[in-house]
Design a protein around this ligand. Structure first.
Ligand SMILES: [Zn+2]
Ligand SMILES: [Zn+2]
Length: 269
């Protein structure tokens, strides 16, 4: 056997062994530490899928074809069969934003919602979520002008309790394809307000967040085009408040990328 053929054979053997081991570890995991799908209650057969099963992920991916962006600026979702011909240039939700663009990986439902809720206590990103983030980066060229990725900070007390910030994990996943630095030292969250949990209306939310973010190292963002990264965009007030702080401190432009966007603040025209 020639040296080359030998190498090819060893390579193939190695690949098969790896596949068997990977499949095997899933089987072992299913046996020793079974994970129930938080969405439907079935067994999760692949570790890489996290806390949602394959069928639920597939259902979520299929569901995305029911929506399309209704607004070019903020990317809010509208029903795919909406009568509107072209996306609006901007809409009532984003007209007063300081954010230049906002984009998200998909709607905050099903397996993606499950994955993002799990990410609040388990700092491991399921593969379908990472794939969706990567695809969103590639598809959304308006985000490509950014120079740096800035995860939305948690209040220090909350981050200490959790041990990590899930927005940092998401930004690191985006950085794998965006190849831009993840800057975590520039902005701090100085007021611990999470307005959506408090059930406030839009104006009260904005007031509650006033001054919540402080740029502590302005030189890290001065004249930079910043892409904020977070898990979910609901009304956009949190991201926009952070954007205002960054712009006031000298950032050239601020846009946002979130893993998901709720349908709650979306008019399904
Ligand atoms: Zn399921
Ligand atoms: Zn809009």
């Amino acid at each position: 056997m020639s040296g080359h053929a030998w190498k090819v054979m060893v390579g193939k053997l190695y690949q098969s062994a790896r596949h068997i081991l990977e499949a095997g570890s899933d089987a072992v995991l299913l046996l020793l530490a079974p994970q129930v799908c938080r969405q439907c209650g079935a067994w999760v057969e692949r570790q890489a899928d996290g806390t949602a099963c394959r069928a639920c992920w597939e259902a979520w991916f299929a569901e995305q074809s029911r929506y399309r962006p209704g607004c070019h600026r903020c990317g809010r979702w509208v029903a795919a069969d909406a009568t509107m011909v072209q996306p609006q240039k901007q809409c009532a939700q984003c007209a007063n934003w300081s954010l230049t663009w906002a984009r998200s990986g998909g709607v905050y439902t099903g397996a993606l919602r499950t994955a993002l809720l799990t990410l609040k206590h388990t700092p491991r990103l399921p593969t379908p979520l990472v794939q969706r983030l990567h695809a969103t980066w590639h598809e959304q060229s308006v985000l490509h002008t950014s120079d740096i990725l800035v995860p939305i900070p948690l209040a220090p007390r909350r981050e200490r309790a959790r041990g990590y910030n899930q927005a940092v994990r998401l930004a690191e996943a985006v950085a794998q394809v965006a190849r831009r630095p993840v800057v975590t030292e520039a902005v701090a969250r100085v007021i611990e307000t999470y307005p959506h949990r408090a059930g406030l209306d839009a104006r009260a939310r904005r007031q509650a967040l006033e001054g919540a973010f402080r740029v502590i190292r302005p030189r890290l963002i001065a004249n930079r085009r910043v892409l904020l990264v977070d898990d979910v965009l609901t009304s956009g007030v949190t991201l926009d408040t952070a954007a205002r702080a960054l712009l006031a401190a000298g950032a050239a432009e601020v846009s946002a990328l979130t893993a998901a966007r709720t349908l709650r603040h979306t008019s399904l025209a």
